[in-house]
Design a protein around this ligand. Structure first.
Ligand SMILES: NC(=O)c1ccc[n+]([C@@H]2O[C@H](COP(=O)([O-])OP(=O)(O)OC[C@H]3O[C@@H](n4cnc5c(N)ncnc54)[C@H](OP(=O)(O)O)[C@@H]3O)[C@@H](O)[C@H]2O)c1
Length: 264
């Protein structure tokens, strides 16, 4: 059992706190610059102390997990005061581990590769957790904690993590935005988005079984210009920006197909 303090009370901190306590660890403190957010999270935990102060010199925590907005990390590190025994990690997909070196102690990264929203439960056992650490003893501690909540634990360098995060933004955040556009197109004609569930599930399953470009379908890969022109006219009425996105993605699909044919 490790004593763990959480710096941050947002999406990641909330999900991590509950998963870690369910796995037998203890959250000692929860920090949020707005104390009410720390209080709200601490109330769901066993015995965590909520705080809006960054002086933790009297804390008994073994591990500090910093889960704050990426843009806030550097400034926060300048104010953070930790007890001598503690190791410190951040949960960012993009920030380098070395940012934590200014704290002069063992440090690392504990990056869960999942999209978290505060009130939507997640299945932690299946979430890949990407770890990195400044030294062997620290990676061993992080691996122990990570494997208590997930069966998918990986050692990933800062450079690899940046590429993973980029790919995740495209595969998850961009795909979600495209679903939003589809949802907006269906809404005025009263068609519910869940009609698309079998279509989206089949697309995901195929992309997990073989390289996605090999299962690409639709007018762009067929070079079906009349259909694409009709779609562009319909889309422009919704939003000229969405029409531009349609054109760019169609171009990328056609170029990918042409490159693949040229290679074979
Ligand atoms: N969300 C995801 O799906 C996800 C997945 C994996 C990794 N991550 C990473 O995990 C970290 C936290 O993300 P999140 O989604 O949990 O963020 P979030 O829900 O937006 O929460 C952000 C936290 O940062 C605090 N914060 C914001 N600006 C601050 C500042 N200037 N000074 C001090 N604290 C500040 C907020 O405090 P207040 O409560 O006071 O506003 C809040 O506790 C990020 O590095 C993110 O890249 C996120």
């Amino acid at each position: 059992m490790f004593r763990i303090a959480l710096i941050g009370a947002g999406n990641v901190a909330s999900h991590l706190a509950e998963a870690l306590e369910s796995a037998g660890h203890r959250i000692t403190e929860v920090f949020s610059r707005r104390k009410k957010n720390a209080v709200m999270l601490a109330e769901k935990l066993y015995q965590a102390t909520p705080t809006d102060k960054l002086d933790f010199t009297a804390s008994k925590a073994d591990v500090f997990i910093i889960a704050v907005a990426d843009a806030a990390l550097s400034e926060l590190l300048h104010q953070l005061q930790l007890p001598p025994q503690a190791i410190v990690v951040h949960t960012s997909g993009t920030l380098s581990m070395n940012l934590l070196a200014i704290l002069n102690r063992p440090h690392g990264v504990f990056y869960p590769l999942q999209t978290f929203s505060k009130h939507k439960p997640v299945e932690w056992q299946r979430i890949p957790i990407c770890l990195e650490a400044s030294d062997k003893a620290t990676i061993d501690i992080l691996a122990q904690i990570a494997s208590d909540i997930s069966t998918n634990v990986y050692a990933i360098s800062s450079e690899e993590r940046k590429q993973i995060h980029l790919a995740a933004v495209i595969a998850c955040n961009f795909a979600n935005h495209l679903w939003h556009i589809a949802w907006q197109i269906l809404k005025p004609i009263g068609i519910p988005f869940h009609l698309f569930r079998p279509l989206l599930q089949e697309t995901l399953e195929k992309a997990m079984q073989m390289p996605p470009h090999k299962v690409q379908t639709g007018p762009a890969i067929r070079g079906d210009i009349p259909v694409m022109e009709q779609h562009l006219a319909l889309l422009t009425a919704h939003s000229p920006l969405w029409a531009e996105i349609y054109q760019l993605i169609s171009q990328s699909i056609a170029e990918t197909a042409a490159r693949t044919v040229a290679k074979t």
